[in-house]
Structure formats: structure tokens, C-alpha cells
Design a protein around this ligand. Structure first.
Ligand code: CU
Length: 123
């Protein structure tokens, strides 16, 4: 009887460990072929993005577009494998998880480079 109980505990622990591992391994954002329902346009100048935060809905495809109005900038979004640049400036993405994710400039654009950051909030 004790052996069965120990076995059950062991199996339960294994299941919970596997569930945790699966979650941390998956990306928050993925590129998609779906038609976008939302649009996030980030306008970059020297040396800031036009808004401190941008909002999207979880599970709804959105286009993320970088408009470099002044200077050359790029975008690195936390949880997305790809990045945006001046030449490759739009992507359709879907968010799988709610949360707040950082947006930073990934091009060494000048003296204010380190101040170029914003947040993407998935609701
Ligand atoms: Cu920069």
C-alpha cells in the first residue's frame, strides 16, 4: 500500500515538473500567417519611441511596424525570436501569454541609444 502511494506521489511530481518545463520553453510571441486584427506602430526618433507603452490583446494577431522617422533604429521585443529593422520593418505576430514585455532599440544609434526602450503590454 505504501509503495503505491509513493508511486502516485512520484508520478504527480513528474507531471507537474513536465508542465512547468513546457511553459518556460515556449515563446511568448510567434510570427503568424493570420490576418492581423490589431496594429502596433512604433515611431522611432533620436532617441526615443513615440509611446512609453503599447497594448495588444492575447491570442489576436497584430502587425508590429517600426517607423524610423529620424535616425536608424531597430526593435528587439522580449519573447520574440525575430527583430525589426529599417529594411525589414513589419511583422504579423500573435501573443500567447499575457504580461509586460520590453521593447528596446537593437541598433547602436548614438548617444541616447540606451534610453530607447518601451513596453508591450499583452492583455
Ligand atoms: Cu539605438
Amino acid at each position: 500500500m505504501k509503495k503505491i502511494f509513493a508511486l502516485l506521489v512520484g508520478v504527480a511530481m513528474l507531471i507537474s515538473l513536465t508542465a512547468c518545463g513546457g511553459e518556460s520553453g515556449s515563446n511568448t510571441f510567434a510570427e503568424t500567417q493570420e490576418t492581423a486584427k490589431q496594429e502596433v506602430k512604433i515611431v522611432a526618433t533620436n532617441f526615443q519611441f513615440d509611446q512609453p507603452e503599447y497594448h495588444v490583446k492575447k491570442g489576436e494577431a497584430f502587425t508590429l511596424t517600426l517607423d524610423s522617422k529620424e535616425g536608424i533604429h531597430g526593435i528587439r521585443l522580449e519573447g520574440l525570436d525575430a527583430s525589426l529593422s529599417k529594411m525589414n520593418n513589419t511583422k504579423t505576430i500573435v501573443a500567447n501569454k499575457a504580461g509586460t514585455y520590453s521593447i528596446i532599440c537593437n541598433v547602436s544609434c548614438g548617444t541616447g541609444h540606451s534610453k530607447m526602450n518601451a513596453k508591450l503590454i499583452v492583455e
